[in-house]
Design a protein around this ligand. Structure first.
Ligand SMILES: Cc1ncc(COP(=O)(O)O)c(CNc2cccc(C(=O)O)c2)c1O
Length: 412
C-alpha cells in the first residue's frame, strides 16, 4: 500500500521509499507532491467548489480550454472536458458520429480501432479497443467496428532505439477495410500514436503519416488517443506535435492535471466544432456531457499543472533525456530472456520470454524484485513498462536499470 509521495518517490505502508518508475499510472508527469497544484486546488475548492456545466459555466473552464488550445496541434482549437480517459474516448466517438450526421453523411457509422489498442473501459472504448481480456467478458460491444493490425514486430524491429524502421505498410490495411465497407459507411479511425497498455508498441516510421493520408483521402476522421502520450510523455506537448501528424480529434486525461484530480479533455478542430454550433443560442448543440465536465477544482489543478510543465520545460525533457533513457535500457539487451526493448521519449518496455507454460510469471518475478528493491515499474504479462515522471534525473534512471538488471538475472 502506498501511503505518501513526494517528487520521484512513494512511501509505502512498510516504510519503504519506492522510486515511481511509471508516474503513478502514466499520469504524474510533473512528479508527486507539487505544492503549486495542491495550493491551487485548496484555493479553488474554497472559492467555487462546483458550478453546473449545463446551461451555466464558470470562467476557469474557459481559461483552461484556451490555455490548452494554445499548446494543442494547430487545428485543434476547441476542448470538451470529461472526467477520465474512458469518457474522453466515448465523447470523441460520439462527436465523430454526430459530426458526419450534421454534414449529411449519417451513413458514416463504422468505427475502426486497432489490435492491442487500449481506449478505456466503457462500451465504446472496449469495442474499438483490441485487448481481448478487456472485451471477452462483456459481450459483443458496439456493432460496426473494425480493427487495424497492430504494429509490433519483434522479429524485424527488436531493440530499436526510437521508432522502428519496418511496418509502415501496416497502415495500408485501412485501404482494405475501406474497400470492404466503402468510405461512405466509415466515421472514424481511432489509434494511440504509441500503444501504451497494449505493450508500449511504437508507430513504425511513416505509419501515422500514412494513416493521416488515407483517412483524409476518404473523408474519415482521425482520432489520436493521447491519454498516455499527451503532456510531454514522448517529448513536445503531444505525440501529434512530436511526430508531425495532426488528427481531427484528440483525447487526453492523465497528465492533464498531473494525475491529481480526475479529468479528461477532448480537442476538436474548428471544422468539427463549427458543424455543431449552428445556433440558435437557446438550442443544445450536442446532447452529451457530464455533471463534472470542466469541474472548477479540476480546472484549477490542470492550470497549475500546465504552469509547471511550461515553467520547467517538461515537454522538452523527454527529448533531452531520451538518449540516456534508451541507452541505459538497451544496455540490458544481452540479459537472459530479454527479447525486446522498446523506447521513445520517457516511455519504454522490456519484453521477456515467458517461462514455459507460465505466461506472465517471469514478468511478475521481475516486478516484485524491483518493488522490493525500491523501484516501481508497470507489469503487464511478461512486459515491464516504464513511464517515469518527466522530472526524472539520470541517477534515477540508473537506479531503475540496476533494479531491473538484478531482477531479470534472478528471474532467469
Ligand atoms: C490510451 C488510453 N485511452 C484511454 C484510457 C482510459 O483512461 P481512464 O483509465 O482514465 O478511463 C487509457 C488509460 N490507461 C490505463 C489505465 C489503467 C491501466 C493502464 C495500464 O497500463 O495498465 C493504462 C489509455 O491509456
Amino acid at each position: 500500500m502506498l501511503t505518501s509521495a513526494e517528487g520521484m518517490y512513494y512511501q509505502d505502508d512498510k516504510g519503504r521509499s519506492v522510486l515511481d518508475g511509471c508516474a503513478g499510472l502514466w499520469c504524474v508527469n510533473a512528479g508527486h507532491g507539487r505544492k503549486e497544484i495542491s495550493e491551487a486546488v485548496a484555493r479553488q475548492v474554497a472559492k467555487l467548489d462546483y458550478a453546473p456545466p449545463f446551461q451555466m459555466g464558470h470562467p476557469l473552464a474557459f481559461e483552461f480550454a484556451e490555455r490548452l488550445a494554445e499548446i494543442a496541434p494547430e487545428k485543434l482549437n476547441h476542448v470538451f472536458f470529461t472526467n477520465s480517459g474512458s469518457e474522453s474516448v466515448e465523447t470523441a466517438l460520439k462527436i465523430a458520429l454526430g459530426y458526419h450526421r450534421l454534414k449529411g453523411d449519417a451513413t458514416r457509422q463504422r468505427l475502426i480501432g486497432r489490435e492491442r489498442g487500449y481506449h478505456g473501459v466503457n462500451f465504446g472504448g472496449i469495442s474499438v479497443g483490441g485487448i481481448g481480456n478487456n472485451r471477452k467478458m462483456f459481450g459483443a460491444g458496439l456493432s460496426g467496428i473494425d480493427h487495424l493490425p497492430h504494429t509490433l514486430n519483434i522479429n524485424l524491429n527488436a531493440f530499436t532505439k526510437g521508432l522502428p524502421e519496418h511496418g509502415v505498410e501496416l497502415a495500408d490495411a485501412l485501404e482494405q477495410i475501406i474497400a470492404l465497407h466503402d468510405a461512405s459507411n466509415i466515421a472514424a479511425v481511432i489509434v494511440e500514436p504509441m500503444s501504451g497498455s497494449g505493450g508500449v508498441i511504437m508507430p513504425p516510421q511513416g505509419y501515422l503519416k500514412r494513416l493521416r493520408e488515407i483517412t483524409r483521402k476518404h473523408g474519415i476522421l482521425l482520432i489520436f488517443d493521447e491519454v498516455i502520450t499527451g503532456f510531454g510523455r514522448v517529448g513536445k506537448a503531444f505525440a501529434s506535435t512530436r511526430w508531425g501528424v495532426e488528427p481531427d480529434i484528440m483525447t487526453t486525461a492523465k497528465g492533464l492535471t498531473n494525475g491529481v484530480i480526475p479529468m479528461g479533455a477532448v480537442f476538436v478542430s474548428d471544422e468539427i466544432h463549427d458543424a455543431f454550433m449552428t445556433g440558435p443560442e437557446s438550442m443544445i448543440e450536442l446532447f452529451h456531457g457530464y455533471t463534472y465536465s470542466g469541474h472548477p477544482v479540476a480546472c484549477a489543478a490542470g492550470l497549475a499543472a500546465l504552469d509547471i510543465y511550461e515553467k520547467e520545460n517538461l515537454f522538452d525533457r523527454a527529448i533531452e533525456l531520451e538518449d540516456k533513457f534508451a541507452e541505459s535500457l538497451l544496455s540490458m539487451k544481452e540479459l537472459p530472456n530479454v527479447i525486446d526493448i522498446r523506447n521513445t521519449g520517457l516511455v519504454a518496455a522490456i519484453e521477456l520470454a515467458p517461462e514455459t507454460g507460465k505466461p506472465g510469471e517471469r514478468g511478475h518475478k521481475v516486478f516484485k524484485h524491483c518493488y522490493e528493491n525500491g523501484v516501481l515499474v508497470r507489469w503487464t504479462g511478461d512486459i515491464l513498462a516504464m513511464s517515469p515522471p518527466l522530472i526524472i534525473e539520470p541517477a534515477h534512471i540508473d537506479q531503475m536499470v540496476s533494479a531491473l538488471r538484478e531482477g531479470i538475472l534472478l528471474a532467469s
